[in-house]
Design a protein around this ligand. Structure first.
Ligand code: ADP
Ligand code: MG
Length: 702
């Protein structure tokens, strides 16, 4: 029997009560789970410091010496104080709790090893409640001492870091390292020169030295990331054989005509490349499932239009022409896409329609008919597109813009609108680092537009505090005098909607008073579609010079003459949102500016966020910083897809190279054995299903 599957409560030092707490707080149920509770840090206890060399700013240190005095001090809080010396100096040791116990532990003849943090106490140094072991009986001395995460509740029943370590020691005593089975295919262990699982378990909990520890940690990072990649890539193999796709044989006449007659500018190299990548997908006979990442302003709209033109330039075996749709998260955006497409298409004979929640009944009926009988080639819309009343004659391609606002389920409803699933292009301006994209969108192929159209000037960004209104207003005025326009954005979130709304309207009032000679308009989510349109139009047409708005303008809106973006209460926005907002300016030839307004008192994290914004305009850099500040789990667009398994030891940012490497290894393995059917890979299949059930079990409980 595999002893690592044993219930943790049977392990010496655990028992029912502790087992329950381990399950509740750490998701630990078996010996194997316990083994996977890797230490979060190690402290080198091979070094012994001379007491004379200690300073108050040192971290935890180990010292060796004798107690030369011990006294109990009565006072507000009773305590015990001892002098501890090693010949180079002496330090005061202080205890507040367990005084009788400690008194019995120490004598003046033996040598002791103490481990603790030196702190300044007036002119002197002291150390409170150090770990203490008698020289000769010491177990941690001379090692790398592991530290384990524990909860307060665990500590209350004695499960502190030290106790966990002891329990794991008991575990090894019971089953020995030999009792820990390998979980990676042998070929991988050998080819990648990995430590065996049993050896690595031993080294990660009881490291002999730093080199072994590093190899052990690497082995587990590798395993974790390898199985994530293997799982994603295997699923993709399975889906691909299942998902026969529409075949677009040719580029078609529409795209050719567009290229010759309508194209207003030369596509960038990156735009051309990604269109080629998509063409290869769409002609392959498999369904395209592609994510297009491109920073704000990188020109995704043109790419979307080009692939839609390819779609409608193709026919199925019955000679029926394909149709295409593009779905946007808001009405404003859908409308803007629609107008953009109309403009780009010029006189071309392509019927494009706009379908949103506010499309009037008569128009709606006509559009629905046109979609059903094939007269409408391209439809632009919002969620309205996924309603059951929308039926296509022959949908070939669905483009989803700004995917993070659409759930996976909603996207899936689009696929159902055709006999064979249409090709899917998901576009996002929330760039996430490639390694993360590979991992969280493992089932999607990823294309990246990594080049901005020529002639763009990076937006200059500055961080102002609220008390610098006057100089801010002078700056805005100087820009308006040059004929530019300006956005002023306020946060508005549901939880504090009332206050936020008041701030917005007060801000509107303030701008009207401060800029009497200019026209100010306001846009927010509470306006009716018509009111919103009217206000937007005022700004887009240049009639209004200042637009006060909530984040409804976050995505997509394109007013090249707007060169100033003021973000009020910028501390309340996340990095990716700030980046999106800033992307609304810098779209024309003029120098643009983004001003982040915040309160004076800021948390360190917020300060960092502002620094990142001031320091770079590169969306990928910002995404990386965001991941670092918030952890990959919180990155917009990743929550829905998520990882197939929980990460215990690796970090998608710091271990980016391992992600890349394991992906290659998983690809190699699957190239030789696409469905993992060989005897040697049985171990991988078993591990994958084990990881999957573990995840399901815990997600049910918590
Ligand atoms: P996003 O990727 O943010 O959706 P858009 O598609 O709105 O970007 O494009 C941003 C701006 O860049 C638009 O004004 C568009 O007309 C312009 N643009 C797109 N591609 C090019 C190009 N190859 N050369 C010059 N301008 C371009
Ligand atoms: Mg866009």
């Amino acid at each position: 029997m595999d002893l690592t599957r044993k219930d943790i409560k049977y392990l010496i030092g655990v028992g029912n009560k502790r087992a329950e707490q381990l399950a509740a707080d750490m998701h630990i149920a078996t010996y194997d789970d316990m083994l996977q509770m890797y230490p979060y840090k190690y402290v080198d206890r091979s070094h012994i410091y001379a007491i004379g060399s200690l300073r108050a700013d040192m971290p935890y240190v180990q010292i060796r010496g004798r107690f030369i005095s011990l006294s109990t001090v009565e006072g507000r809080q009773k305590r015990m104080v001892a002098q501890f010396t090693d010949g180079t100096g002496s330090i005061e040791i202080v205890w507040f709790k367990g005084l009788d116990y400690i008194k019995n532990q120490i004598n003046s003849t033996d040598e002791y090893l103490l481990f603790g943090k030196p702190t300044a106490y007036g002119q002197r140094l002291n150390m409170t409640h150090p770990e203490m072991e008698k020289e000769g009986e010491a177990t941690e001395a001379g090692t790398l001492q592991p530290f384990y995460n524990t909860s307060d509740k665990m500590k209350r029943i004695g499960l502190n870091s030290k106790a966990i370590h002891k329990i794991i020691r008991n575990l090894f005593k019971e089953i020995g390292a030999q009792g820990i089975p390998e979980t990676l295919p042998q070929s991988i262990v050998e080819r990648c020169n990995l430590m065996s699982r049993s050896e690595a378990m031993m080294q990660i909990h009881f490291p002999q030295n730093v080199t072994n520890l590093e190899r052990a940690r690497y082995r587990f990072k590798f395993e974790e990331l390898f199985y994530i990649q293997l799982s994603l890539l295997r699923n993709r193999n399975i889906n691909r054989t299942r998902q026969a796709g529409l075949v677009f044989h040719k580029a078609g006449s529409y795209i050719n005509q567009f290229y010759k007659e309508c194209l207003p500018f030369e596509p960038t190299g990156a735009q051309k490349r990604v269109v080629k990548e998509m063409m290869a997908d769409m002609s392959s006979g498999r369904q395209m499932n592609r994510l297009l990442q491109g920073d704000v302003g990188s020109g995704k709209t043109l790419v979307a239009l080009m692939v839609m033109l390819i779609a409608i330039g193709n026919t199925d075996v019955n000679g029926k022409r394909y149709q295409a749709c593009i779905m946007a998260p808001t009405e404003i955006l859908a409308t803007q896409h629609y107008e953009n497409l109309r403009q780009l298409l010029g006189q071309m004979n392509v019927r494009v329609e706009l379908l949103t929640g506010s499309t009037k009944k008569k128009a709606r009926t006509a559009i629905l008919e046109g979609l059903a009988d094939g007269h409408v080639d391209i439809v632009v819309g919002t969620h309205a597109l996924i309603e059951d009343t929308v039926v296509f004659r022959n949908l070939g391609l669905a483009v989803v813009d700004e995917q993070h606002r659409f759930g996976v389920a909603q996207r899936a409803r689009l696929w159902k609108k055709a006999v064979l699933p249409p090709h899917i292009l998901v576009m996002t301006a929330t760039p996430i680092p490639r390694t993360l994209a590979m991992t969280v969108y493992g089932d999607l192929d990823v294309s990246v537009i990594d080049e901005l159209p020529p002639g763009r000037k990076p937006v200059l960004t500055e961080h102002y505090f609220h008390n610098s209104r006057n100089s801010l207003n002078r700056f805005i005025r100087s820009q308006l005098q040059e004929g530019r326009q300006c956005y002023v954005v306020y946060p508005l979130i549901e939880e504090s909607e009332k206050v936020d709304f008041r701030n917005l309207t007060e801000g509107y009032q303030y701008m009207q008073d401060a800029f009497k000679e200019y026209k100010v308009c306001m846009v927010h989510g509470k306006l009716s579609a018509e009111e919103k349109d009217r206000a937007m139009h005022e700004f887009v047409s240049g009639n209004a010079q200042i637009m006060v708005a909530t984040t409804v303008i976050e995505v997509g809106v394109n007013v090249p003459n707007a060169s100033v973006m003021i973000i009020e209460s910028a501390e309340r926005f996340g990095l990716s949102q700030l980046h999106q907002l800033r992307g609304r300016v810098g779209r024309g030839a003029d120098q643009s500016y983004c001003i982040l307004m915040t309160a004076y008192q800021l948390s360190q994290e917020t300060r960092k966020r502002m620094e990142v914004m001031v320091g770079t305009t590169d969306g990928f850099e910002i995404a990386e910083a965001d991941m670092r500040l918030r952890g990959p789990g919180n990155i917009e667009g990743t929550q829905q897809s998520g990882l197939p398994f929980t990460l215990h030891i690796s970090d998608l940012v710091k271990d980016a190279q391992v992600v890349q490497y394991t992906r290659e290894k998983a690809q190699e393995l699957l190239a030789a054995d696409p469905f993992l059917q060989s005897a040697e890979n049985a171990i991988a299949v078993q591990r994958l299903s084990q990881l999957a059930t573990e995840n399901v079990n815990w997600s049910k409980i918590s």
